[in-house]
Write a protein that binds this ligand. Sequence first.
Ligand SMILES: [Ca+2]
Ligand SMILES: [Ca+2]
Length: 131
Amino acid sequence: MGKAMRFLLMIGAAFGFTFGAMGVASAAECGSGYTCIWQNNDYGGDYNARSINSGDFSLNNAASSAGANGATCRTSRFYDGTGQSGSYFTLSSAQLVGSNYQDPNLSNGVGNDGAGINWDNRVSSYQFLNC
Ligand SMILES: [Ca+2]
Ligand SMILES: [Ca+2]
């Protein structure tokens, strides 16, 4: 196991414990291979994580924060419409890219392709890309 991976696991364990103790879902809970959305800002409230190639989130038009952690796919795309339709924004995998992989407040823009756009309570579906 590399030094960087050990560090990430340490950080993940630390955050998991801290936020777990407070009863609040944390970004660290977007596990390896998942793409994730949360009902509230700062990764709070109801949580929906998916690991299959594409589909609809059960938390529909309610997400206020998001994260991506693809295990073999470098990016995750989040769509306004169901069935991967309409406009979208893209986040990178936390473990494969390590930057631009989460956003605590979708209302003020998200990702590079969603910059400056209000994405609050709009996400309906997702797709893993660059696999
Ligand atoms: Ca919301
Ligand atoms: Ca929508």
